[in-house]
Design a protein around this ligand. Structure first.
Ligand code: CTP
Length: 408
């Protein structure tokens, strides 16, 4: 996938209440043909022009119409679309919808989702020419477009549905698709190759038992998602994680592995082709020396499990690329319970890293299986940043640091 492609992208389409809404049926199909998954949200006015069922059938995805519907809230909550999407298209962006977006209102499924969305937004305005030329509409559009993540396509000039002629036609479907693809082309990581490890590994003892840890994979997946939002091509080597993060895999190129050795093989076969490697997995440091082919029976004597070290995925990857012309930026994670900066810095040096993200796993709101994290980012010259928040917010701060260090 190149940076400007829609292949595998998750797009939200917010449909406004204008006659041009019918053209969005075609738009959904064309975006689908380009390889994107599209989820539609509709204003109440839009539903006067096209039924939600039409969009559901064309997109093959649930349609968000009413954010007060408690039955739907359970399966498709009012913030889910904003969290799920990588890009947002608003078409037709009517004068009323533009005004409400500009005012930061959240009074229907479209405005609520756009307001809660952090990524790039493409507005495709369509309305009567007088409404379009009205100073208020122009001011509203200008205000929205002053934010770099907002872009516009159209409106086209020509005969309008209301009999007048002028600017106000919805841009052609092909133009909207092209502009949507460009939403992802200009990101700070456009064209960059990113490799992330995430989740735990699992080392079998016998057919029914294993050694592992409670890593959820959330931090690694948040880093991957953030990199994609900034235009990178991302591969995640993911250990066995639970259903809780099933949705977070959407749109990511995921290589599923179970053991540390499998994770090492998946990483080492890719490490020489990437620009960034982030090792967020909680890799099991040991595995049983032997895997019993049969279930081990309890016996009267106390059992001792003989262990051997697993491959250190990050250290091996670092060794593999040391001194190479195309050496990726290497980022490790350190879970510590004491002497945070000291211990993490030692790991940074030992594994030849550029950056290490350390967290005190004893701190509240940090560590395994939480939705938040509190981290200290350290480079070769010492502490560079302390940050806390949702794992996605923390991921964004880590990427801010990495983008600054991007190799030219
Ligand atoms: N790591 C890895 N492969 C391993 C072990 C760790 O890739 N077999 C990576 C982790 O993904 C993380 C970093 O190395 O980025 C953590 O280093 P490590 O020394 O394993 O940290 P801890 O497990 O916290 O080490 P210790 O038990 O010594 O505190």
């Amino acid at each position: 996938m190149d940076g400007s492609s829609l292949k595998g992208r998750r797009l939200a389409l917010g449909v406004g209440g204008g006659i041009a809404a019918y053209k969005c049926c075609d738009l959904v199909r064309e975006l689908g043909r380009a390889g994107a998954t599209v989820r539609v949200a509709m204003t109440p006015a839009a539903q006067q022009f096209v039924t939600p069922l039409t969009f559901q059938a064309l997109s093959g995805q649930p349609v968000l119409t009413d954010y007060f519907d408690t039955s739907k809230e359970a399966v498709f909550g009012h913030l889910d679309l904003a969290r799920w999407a990588e890009g947002f298209i608003v078409a037709p962006a009517t004068s009323d919808l533009v005004a409400r977006l500009r005012a930061g209102m959240a009074n229907d499924a479209v405005t609520t989702s756009v307001l809660a969305f952090r990524g790039p937004v493409l507005l495709a305005p369509a309305m009567n020419v007088a409404m379009y030329e009205n100073r208020l509409t122009q001011e509203n559009l200008k205000a929205l477009l002053s934010e770099p993540r907002f872009r516009a396509v159209g409106p086209g000039v020509g005969p309008l549905a209301d009999g007048e002629t002028g600017a106000g036609r919805l841009a052609e479907v092909g133009e909207i698709v092209e502009a949507a693809a460009k939403l992802f082309a200009g990101g700070p990581l456009a064209g960059a190759q990113v490799l992330v490890t995430a989740g735990p590994t699992r080392e079998a003892i016998d057919p029914v038992r294993f050694l592992s840890n409670p890593s959820s994979g959330k931090m690694g997946l948040a880093l991957a998602k953030e990199a994609r939002a900034r235009g990178a091509e991302v591969t995640v080597v993911l250990g066995p994680v639970g259903e809780a993060v099933a949705g977070a895999r959407d749109g990511l190129d995921v290589v599923d592995v179970v053991t540390a050795d499998q994770m090492a093989a998946a990483v080492l076969s890719r490490i020489e082709r990437v620009d960034y490697f982030l090792a967020a997995a909680a890799v099991s440091d040991y595995r049983p020396r032997e895997i019993s082919p049969q279930k081990i029976k309890k016996s009267a004597a106390p059992e001792t499990l003989a262990l051997v070290r697993t491959a250190d995925v990050l250290a091996e990857a670092s060794k593999r690329v040391a001194g190479k012309a195309r050496r990726p930026l290497l980022v490790g994670f350190a879970a510590e319970t004491e002497k945070l900066v000291e211990n993490a810095s030692a790991k940074l040096t030992a594994k030849g890293l550029d950056l290490i993200v350390a967290n005190d796993v004893t701190a509240p709101g940090a560590g395994f299986a939480t939705d938040t994290n509190r981290v200290t980012v350290i480079d070769r010259s010492g502490k560079v940043l302390e940050t806390s928040g949702s794992k996605r917010e923390v991921a964004a701060r880590v990427w801010d640091e990495l983008v600054k260090r991007r190799r030219q």
